[in-house]
Design a protein around this ligand. Structure first.
Ligand SMILES: [Zn+2]
Ligand SMILES: [Zn+2]
Ligand SMILES: [Zn+2]
Length: 148
C-alpha cells in the first residue's frame, strides 16, 4: 500500500509544521510531490475543481512560508511551485539548486542533485537566497527534437 504510506508522510509533514491536516492541504502535497516538474497554480486549479482559488492560494502561501514548497518562475513569468528539500526551514529556504526552464514544453525542473559551488558576492551584498535558472531543452524535448 504505497499510496497510504505516502499519505501518512504528508500528514507527518503537516504536523511537523503545525498545520492542520486538511483534505485540500494533503491533496496539494501529493499533487506537487508526484510531479517531477514545478506546477503552476492554474495547473493545480484545473485538477482540483473542489478547491476554490482563494483556498488554494492560501495553502500555497502557507506552505511556502513554512519551507515546504518553493516558488520558481517559468518562461512565461508564471509562478510555479515545487517541493522543498528537507533542509528548508520556516522563512528560510535553501533551494539553491539549479532550475531548468525548458523553452519547448515550458516546464520548470528542479535539479536537486547538482552541486553548485558557493557564490561569492561583491562586498556589501548580503544574500538571503539564490534562485538559479538555466534555459534550454529538457531530456524529453531534446529527444523529440532529434527525431525530426
Ligand atoms: Zn525551500
Ligand atoms: Zn521540455
Ligand atoms: Zn526548485
Amino acid at each position: 500500500m504505497a499510496h497510504t504510506h505516502q499519505h501518512n508522510n504528508f500528514e507527518a509533514l503537516l504536523e511537523r509544521h503545525h498545520l492542520k491536516k486538511t483534505g485540500p492541504r494533503l491533496k496539494v502535497l501529493s499533487m506537487l510531490s508526484a510531479k517531477k516538474v514545478a506546477t503552476s497554480q492554474p495547473d493545480l486549479e484545473s485538477v482540483m475543481d473542489d478547491i476554490d482559488r482563494v483556498t488554494l492560494y492560501r495553502i500555497l502561501s502557507a506552505f511556502e512560508e513554512k519551507g515546504i514548497i518553493h516558488k520558481v518562475f517559468d518562461l512565461n513569468g508564471t509562478a510555479n511551485y515545487a517541493m522543498c528539500s528537507s533542509n528548508c526551514e520556516e522563512n528560510h529556504h535553501h533551494d539553491e539548486h539549479l532550475h531548468f526552464n525548458c523553452t519547448v514544453c515550458k516546464n520548470v525542473y528542479c535539479l536537486d542533485d547538482l552541486n553548485l559551488p558557493p557564490l561569492t558576492l561583491p562586498n556589501g551584498f548580503k544574500p538571503e537566497g539564490f534562485t538559479l535558472y538555466a534555459t534550454g531543452l529538457c531530456p524529453k524535448c531534446s529527444k523529440s527534437a532529434e527525431k525530426k
